[in-house]
Every structure is written in C-alpha cells, then in structure tokens.
Design a protein around this ligand. Structure first.
Ligand code: MN
Length: 501
C-alpha cells in the first residue's frame, strides 16, 4: 500500500503529538519548515517501496521524536537525505536552519557515503575511521544515522536483491553493535532481527521453526508467575508494571550455537524473561525479596546486582534466576522506570547532547584536531578512545583490529577492589586490566589476585571478577611473552613501547 499525501499529512500530525507529549521544549516553527522543505526537495522522488521519498524522512524524524531527541536532531532527520539525493547544499541548510542542523546533516551525509562493507579492507577501515571521527564530533550524527538505518531495514524487502545482503550485513556488523554501545538495547535487537533473515536465511528459518513452541511454553509459565507476583507484591504495597521480555531471535540464535549450549533449549533460561518495573530503588530490593520468597533462586546461577554496580554502558537492573512453575528456570529482571527507559533508549533518551555542546563552548575544529572531545564522562569513553586511535594509528590493519576487537566485540566487566568497573574484551587478562587502569600500573605488575586467589598473568578474566594487581616496588619492563596473551590494543601498544626502549 503506497502512502498518499493526505495520509502523510495525517502521520505528520501524529508525529507532532509525540513531540508535544515529550518533556522538552521544541521549536515547532522550525520543524514545520523542515517538513515542508523535505517534501519540496524530494518532491519527484520515490522510495523502492513506491512511497513518496518524504515519507522516509518523516519516519526518521518520528523515530527521533520517540527517542526524545532535540529540535536540531529532528530537523536534521527531515533533511538528512537532501544533500545526498536532492542536490541541496550545506550552505542552503545552514542559511535556513542554522549551523547546528547543518553540521549534523553534513555528518550524516558523510557517513552515508561510506560503504562500511566491501571487498577492500583499506577502504572499509578508512570509512570506519571517518565515521568514528564524526561520532566524536557530535554523537547526534550517529543517532540520526541509526534512526535512518532502522527505517531502511524495515523497508529492505523492497530494495533490489543484489543490495539487500550487503546492507543487512553492514547492519549486523557495525550498526547493531554501535546501538548496543550507545546502550540502545531495543534498537540493537530490532536491527539484528531485521538483518538476520537476509544474512543467514537458513539459520533464521531453522531457529524460527524450532523456537516457536519454546517461546509459547515460556510465555505460559511467565503468565502464571505474573499473576502470582502481582498479588504477592501488592501485599508489600508495590504496584509494579510487569512485562514479559522475549529474547530477540538473533541473540537466541547466537546463544544456541555456543559450544556449551549446542542447540539445547533446556539450557536457555531467558528465552522469555519477566521484567518487574517499580518506582524507586528501595522497591527494587523489596521486590527481589518477594520474588525469592515466591520462587526459589537457582543455586550458583545467582543474582546479579547491576543497580549497586552498573555495567560500564550505564545499564542498571537486578537479574535473578528462579525456579518457576513446572520446575522451569526463569530469569526475572527488576528495575525502576527510569532505568528501564535508559536501558531501552539509552543515550538518546537521557543525554541531551546539544546542551553539552553549547554549554562547553567547544568548537568543531577543536574536536577535529583532537584538542577536545565533547563526549564526556566514563560511560562513553570508548568513543573518545576511537577518535584518539584514528589519529594515532596510521596503519589501517592495526586500526581495523583495534575497532573489531576492542570496541565492537563482546565485553566482560571486571571490578577493581574499590568497585570501579572496567569494560574489557572477552579473553582479556590481568595484564590488560592493569593497563586499562593506568599505564603506570601496567609497568608495576608483580602478580594478580582475582576474587581473593592468586592467578597466572594470562588468566582470562570473566565478567564480575574482582581484580587486584599486586605492585612491584620499582618499575619493571614487561616481558615479550605478554604479547602472546594480552587482548587490548592499549596493553599491546604500551608493552611494545616499553620493549622498544
Ligand atoms: Mn535516509
């Protein structure tokens, strides 16, 4: 069904309602102007679906509105393809909508021109570099890009076959991990599930078929638990929102193919999880007590308290595995409404970048020259790190490794004895940990104690490990064999530097 212009105007009105419900002040005049501009410039263009092109820009803006992005981002959403596809100049955008919008559109246009997959490694790396550079300049560029990618994936069925797989693969390898790193969990899952059937069609069919019954069974069990828990919680004067969360099919597949699971569904406890959303932190712990009084926690699988110790990407919740009806193990997640919003929409929901930028008075040139980064705070330190690397690392291969292995890969979270969290790639060792804490600690490693026990320096850190580095009195030179087991780029670079001395 191709959308008509009357329907489009109706959708625009609905979009305005989303904005009015948000808690930010928006410049509606500018937004109306952007919508008119987009319709005019894309007037004779169509999407592969046959829809008028402007319907795509409206959909992107609508997504940005649900993420509660600021006026500039939403205006940029309407205009994001005008430079690339409608011959509008950045100057024209700047003149009509201001420099802030023009900068975002220019960033999105640059990122859109990049092919993030292709036969040539060198070009791929160069393009990744450029993307990370624009991210470090202004994260809104990537957020607009993610909204754009989401709609492109939703309409991928209409795109010529020859292009589908490349776009889907790029989504799985670059954009879904990026969304995850920006703590946009919901977006990550959606992108993965949209891309999955195009990239791995046979596996998709297989998991879909095998899992249908499993999802159904799990949902029935959760329904029973939901009723029982609502009653038990009401006795404690807690009126929570209880949701069921289905594991997205792509991550289910990834888990099923793990050697320790090997397609055994009985080993997967979170195919459907129960989520209890309450008003404040105190209620989270009361709710945890109620859950454990109603259903026994599973020994050894244990409780993870990411409220007391949030994950480095900011994720907060309590996770516990309990024995539910029919002896079935069920994962229960407990969090506040605020934590919930943060987990679903992450950076976009709570991080008003424009304010940070305008308050700090940092110019784009400062960022480009590496003098300043607008990305503040520990949570998004990795963005700064990438921008730094792209300056430092001249060799493309090394940069590619750094990106692939450090930034977008699976991560483990280790703790210092004081409870500071360190975000490390899978397989990282105490030596990586030491260099992550401080290069100086790296050159004073004597031995490592993990969870109270001495371990070898090539021990592979697991999530939740508490790592203590015992220091030597004097600085020591690392040994060459450390290079055989360290995983992080930082450790490798520092060790090489010391060895060259
Ligand atoms: Mn687009």
């Amino acid at each position: 069904m191709i959308v008509t212009s009357e329907q489009m105007e109706k959708q625009y009105k609905e979009f305005l309602l989303i904005l009015k419900r948000g808690n930010q002040e928006m410049d509606f005049e500018k937004i109306d102007k952007a919508w008119e501009f987009s319709k005019k410039k894309h007037a004779d263009q169509k999407r592969f679906t046959g829809d008028p092109y402007a319907s795509h820009t409206l959909e992107v803006a609508r997504t940005l509105a649900t993420w509660e992005m600021d006026t500039s981002s939403i205006v940029a959403g309407f205009l994001h393809d005008t430079v690339e596809d409608a011959n509008v100049s950045i100057e024209e955008i700047s003149k009509n909508f201001g420099e802030d919008v023009a900068n975002i559109v220019s960033g999105v246009t640059k990122v859109s021109n990049l092919r993030l997959r292709g036969s040539n490694d060198e070009i791929f790396v160069e393009n990744l570099r450029k993307m990370f550079l624009s991210m470090a300049k202004d994260l809104r560029v990537v957020i607009v890009k993610l909204a754009d990618r989401l709609h492109n994936m939703q309409t991928l069925y209409a795109v010529p076959l020859a292009k589908q797989k490349r776009i889907a693969q790029e989504t799985l390898e670059i954009f879904a991990p990026l969304a995850e790193r920006l703590s946009m969990g919901q977006v990550k899952g959606e992108l993965e599930d949209l891309a999955f059937p195009y990239v791995y069609p046979e596996d998709y069919d297989r998991v879909k078929k095998l899992s249908e019954n499993q999802y159904k069974k799990a949902k029935q069990i959760i329904k029973k638990m939901k009723r029982a828990l609502l009653t038990a919680l009401a006795k404690e004067k807690i009126r929570p929102k209880i949701q069921t969360r289905e594991k997205n099919i792509y991550s289910l597949w990834r888990k099923l193919t793990r050697p320790d699971i090997n397609w055994d569904f009985t080993k997967i406890h979170d195919i459907v999880a129960l989520r209890i959303i309450v008003d404040d932190v105190k209620e989270c712990y009361t709710a945890l007590g109620v859950v454990h009084a109603s259903y026994k926690p599973v020994p050894y699988l244990g409780v993870s308290d990411f409220i007391a110790q949030p994950k480095p990407n900011g994720y907060q919740s309590i996770h516990t595995k309990v024995i539910g009806p029919d002896e079935k193990i069920v994962e229960v997640q407990i969090r506040t409404h605020k934590m919930h919003e943060q987990a679903e929409y992450g950076i976009a929901a709570h991080w008003h970048l424009s304010m940070i930028k305008s308050k700090s008075g940092i110019t784009s040139e400062d960022i480009e020259e590496g003098k300043q980064n607008i990305v503040k705070g520990n949570k998004f330190k990795w963005v700064n790190q990438l921008a730094q690397w792209q300056k430092d690392i001249k060799d493309s291969k090394e940069f590619l490794e750094a990106v692939k292995f450090d930034a977008l890969n699976n991560r483990n979270f280790a703790f210092s004895p004081h409870g500071d969290v360190y975000d490390l790639p899978v397989g990282a060792t105490p030596v990586d940990f030491a260099y992550a804490v401080h290069t100086d600690l790296g050159s004073h490693i004597q031995s490592a104690i993990i969870n109270g026990k001495i371990v070898p320096l090539d021990y592979k850190i697991k999530s939740g490990d508490v790592v203590k580095i015992i220091k030597t009195k004097n600085k020591r030179k690392p040994t060459r064999d450390w290079l055989n087991f360290v995983k992080t780029t930082t450790a490798k670079r520092e060790i090489n530097k010391e060895l060259r001395k």
